[in-house]
Each structure stands twice: as structure tokens, then as C-alpha cells.
Design a protein around this ligand. Structure first.
Ligand code: 13P
Ligand code: SF4
Length: 359
């Protein structure tokens, strides 16, 4: 065995026919996985089942002075190992304030990009580069530029669920937690383009009375809620309050007792005195929510599809796993990079949002 080549190795214990074998993770394996990173989206390196992932992640995090920021839609194991779990606004505020040397984003690509835009000199890692977002994909930069050019008198308010290129073409970014406030911060006679989420846009038009021009994008997870099944479920639980995320369609929002961001939804359930709730957002939220209100009944809203969890899960968010999180911390890959010209332009509307959200 070439000792030089294999100085960066660990033992993998493999069990076959009851026998313990060992295999090396060599520099060669790491180099091959790195080569295929763009194609795969993550480092495809086998992890020994014997590795205590939670303990290793905690050790590496300390050793590298890294912070793990996780969204509520991550799996419970990832949420439990994170330094901060929150909604998109809370996560960007944490990313802007962190003193860590490295940020590991347990979320989707646009979240990691936002963290990188705010921290050009820090390493920002995402466990799987292919963890995208249907909303971000719904706004291709070339088409969006044409749309924007057709309405030069409009200012552009963009939901944070978009790519860095779209942020660079925007005037102010918003999240579901501050969208109403951001729209209201714009003078009444100023026409607005709102992108990319048409459902959140329609909700804001109803809330603020502003006639905004909407981009035709949607979240596949929130559009999957079935109103007929929801009403049927409510008939079975007539005392339950319906709590919904504004990315949901108008007919879902119309029957909801509360509409808000993921953090808003958790706070509502916590501070409200009802005992039972139907939750219309990605099912990952139930982990933190049930920690906050262990004595209350939380029922996930049903989706069109008859899946095993009878709920809605974001396939993009669920691409992150503890193994990928461990590998990304260990090898510091995959890393989020944003071209400097785009980063500088995208930073301005993000900073405007953070400023308006301070008070
Ligand atoms: P918030 O957590 O900011 O409400 O956003 C929900 C979401 O869909 C994130 O992708
Ligand atoms: Fe995007 Fe919807 Fe998934 Fe959030 S839940 S990351 S908006 S696809």
C-alpha cells in the first residue's frame, strides 16, 4: 500500500456473512468523489455504519469552529444537531451575525447562497448541492430579466426562495415572516413586481390592498395540499384550528385560522389556547412544534397524493442526510460559491430586508 497516497484514510468496517472486514477510504476515493461532486451533488463516499454521526459532527464542528444552521423542514436528527433551527428570516439573520469560521447550511441551495452572499470570506457548505427549490427554479434569470425590462417603472420585491441572479435583479428581498411589512414599506403609488411565488403574492395583495404584478411561480409542496381532504379531516376534528403557510393556495388560506411563516406557525400554536391543530406546511415542522407543545394534538394537513406519511414532505429539503452532513463537514465540500459581481448586487436587497426587519 502506498503510504503517501493513503495518509488521509479512515477504516470502514463492513459486515459480510457475519465477518468483519476493513476497507480504507483512501485519498484516491476522496479524489474520485470530489471529481464527481458536480454530477452527484454530494461527496459519494461510503460511511461506516459504526460511526456515531452525531458525535462526529459535534466534534468536527468544534474543531473547525463551524456553525450548523438548519431549517424546520430538515429531518429531526439534523434539527437536533444544529446550532440554530429556524425560518428563512431567522436563518439569514443568524448567517449575517455569526462569528463562526464556517457555515454548514442544512437547508436548500438558495439558503446557502444567501449565507454566502452575506459572508464572502467564510466557507459556506451545503450537504447536497442538488437540494434545490421549485420556487427558485420557476424563475430563470433570462426570462425574469425580460419581464422586469417590460415594466421599468416597477420596483421588484422578491421572496428569498430564488437564485442569487434573481436577487441581484431585485430591489428588496422578503421572507414569509416579513413580506407584509416589506410591501407596506414601499410608497403606495409605487408599482410593484412580486416574484416568484404567486400564492404568497396573492395573499399579500389581499392583506395589503396593493395591486402587485405577480410572477407565475409556486412551491410544489404547498400546492400539494388537498382542500377536499382538508375539509373532511376538519369535519372529523371540528375543534382543531387550521394553521397554514402563505405558500399554500388561496382556498387553503381562506379556511385557515392562522397564516404565517414557519416560526409564526410555531409561535401561534404555542401561544394559542386551543388543544388541536391541523398544520398545512412541510411535515418537518412537527418536530420542533411538538417539542414546544407536547400536550397538544398536531395533525399534518393531507396532500393530494396518498403517501405513507399522509402529509407533505419537501423532496429537496430531504436530500440532506446525517451522512452527507458529516461528509461535508469532514471534507469541507460541497461549497457554495457565488460570482463576486452577482454577490455584490444581491447583497443590497438582502441588506435592505434585514434593515427593515430590525424594528
Ligand atoms: P419560512 O420557513 O421562511 O416560512 O419558509 C418556508 C419555506 O418553504 C422555505 O423553503
Ligand atoms: Fe422550495 Fe417549497 Fe421545498 Fe420550501 S418547501 S424549499 S419553497 S420546494
Amino acid at each position: 500500500m502506498n503510504r503517501e497516497l493513503n495518509k488521509n484514510y479512515e477504516h470502514l468496517t463492513l459486515f459480510s456473512h457475519g465477518q468483519v472486514q476493513t476497507k480504507m477510504v483512501t485519498d484516491e476515493i476522496v479524489a474520485k468523489a470530489t471529481e464527481r461532486l458536480q454530477q452527484k451533488g454530494f461527496l459519494n463516499i461510503p460511511v461506516d455504519k459504526q460511526v456515531n454521526l452525531a458525535a462526529e459532527i459535534t466534534r468536527l464542528k468544534k474543531e473547525k469552529n463551524a456553525v450548523i444552521l438548519a431549517h424546520y423542514y430538515q429531518t429531526p436528527d439534523i434539527q437536533d444537531i444544529a446550532d440554530y433551527v429556524g425560518d428563512s428570516l431567522g436563518l439569514s439573520q443568524q448567517a449575517a451575525a455569526t462569528t463562526a469560521d464556517m457555515i454548514v447550511f442544512a437547508g436548500v441551495h438558495f439558503m446557502g447562497e444567501t449565507a454566502k452572499i452575506l459572508n464572502p470570506h467564510k466557507k459556506v457548505l451545503l450537504p447536497d448541492l442538488k437540494a434545490g427549490c421549485s420556487l427558485a427554479e420557476s424563475a430563470p434569470p433570462d426570462l425574469f430579466k425580460k419581464f422586469k425590462d417590460q415594466h421599468p417603472d416597477h420596483i421588484v420585491i422578491t421572496y428569498i426562495n430564488c437564485t442569487a441572479e434573481i436577487k441581484a435583479m431585485s430591489d428588496i428581498i422578503c421572507t414569509s415572516a416579513n413580506a407584509e411589512k416589506i410591501v407596506n414599506s414601499v410608497p403606495k403609488d409605487q408599482p410593484i413586481i412580486f416574484a416568484p411565488d404567486k400564492n404568497l403574492g396573492r395573499y399579500l395583495i389581499n392583506k395589503t390592498g396593493r395591486d402587485m404584478l405577480l410572477w407565475d411561480g409556486a412551491c410544489i409542496v404547498h400546492e400539494a395540499f388537498a382542500i377536499d381532504k382538508l375539509l373532511e379531516l376538519h369535519k372529523q376534528h371540528p375543534k382543531a384550528k387550521i394553521v397554514a403557510h402563505p405558500e399554500s393556495e388561496t382556498h387553503i388560506l381562506k379556511v385557515a385560522h392562522y397564516v404565517g411563516s414557519t416560526t409564526g406557525m410555531i409561535n401561534f400554536v404555542k401561544n394559542d389556547d386551543n388543544a388541536e391543530y391541523i398544520i398545512a406546511t412541510e411535515a418537518g415542522i412537527l418536530h420542533q412544534m411538538s417539542k414546544e407543545v407536547p400536550h397538544k394534538t398536531l395533525i399534518p394537513a393531507p396532500s393530494h397524493e396518498d403517501n405513507t406519511c399522509a402529509c407533505s414532505e419537501c423532496a429537496f429539503m430531504r436530500m440532506n442526510t446525517m451522512e452527507k452532513l458529516y461528509l461535508c463537514l469532514k471534507y469541507e465540500l460541497p461549497e457554495i460559491l457565488v460570482p463576486e459581481d452577482i454577490r455584490q448586487k444581491a447583497l443590497i436587497p438582502i441588506q435592505r430586508m434585514l434593515e427593515i426587519s430590525k424594528n
